[in-house]
Design a protein around this ligand. Structure first.
Ligand SMILES: Cc1cc2nc3c(=O)[nH]c(=O)nc-3n(C[C@H](O)[C@H](O)[C@H](O)COP(=O)(O)O)c2cc1C
Length: 182
């Protein structure tokens, strides 16, 4: 049986999209059709999919409001299929804040939205001072100073644990394959 899986991302600088691509690579096989779509461009019917994965990054403490809007306006459809949600942020670079139960943004998000995906995960993101505007750079430096992170770097720092991303993909693949077995 052919499986259809959607990966939807809310990404400002492309890192969450990159994580979605890495998950897609793990899930990809001959029996599975994958769609990778930006959340603002998603116009399909959710019922086409057996699994929908939503990934969203944090900016100034919040996921983009399009993430909330998408989930709230599709809540009934989402409850009929398997769903996964992951959050990408820099607080998750700390071991004690990198799980769905310990990451403050994930905890807050789940409380606010009153929706819980079947699979949840949190990934540490990318820090790239050279790509930020003056204001953003200043703000991120401040956040980093308070949280004992680097306040300057000429090169991007990728905190993402790609093994964790791969394992999440494998977990999703296993779950979706076993739930659709005859
Ligand atoms: C302007 C700006 C604000 C950010 N605010 C936060 C924040 O409040 N908390 C946090 O943990 N990470 C914060 N981050 C880090 C991002 O979540 C991280 O860089 C992530 O990899 C971005 O993913 P994206 O490229 O998919 O948007 C911020 C990054 C930027 C550029």
């Amino acid at each position: 049986m052919a499986l259809k899986i959607g990966l939807i991302y809310s990404s400002v600088d492309g890192h969450t999209k990159k994580i979605c691509e890495a998950i897609a690579q793990v899930i990809q096989d001959d029996e599975t059709a994958l769609d990778l779509i930006a959340i603002d461009e998603f116009e399909r019917s959710i019922s086409e999919y057996q699994l929908l994965v939503i990934g969203a990054s944090i900016r100034y403490g919040k996921h983009n409001k399009s993430v909330h809007e998408f989930i709230l306006s599709n809540q009934a459809e989402l409850s009929k299929i398997k769903t996964a949600f992951f959050s990408v942020n820099l607080v998750a670079r700390k071991d004690e804040k990198n799980t769905p139960d310990t990451n403050p943004y994930m905890i807050k998000f789940l409380k606010e939205i009153n929706w819980k995906a079947d699979f949840l995960e949190v990934f540490a993101g990318k820090l790239d001072y050279q790509s930020y505007s003056f204001f953003d750079s200043l703000m991120i430096k401040l956040i980093m100073k308070f949280t004992n992170g680097p306040t300057s770097s000429q090169e991007p720092i990728i905190y993402t644990n790609w093994e964790k991303v791969k394992n999440f993909g494998l977990r999703l693949k296993d779950a979706i394959k076993s739930s659709t077995k005859e």
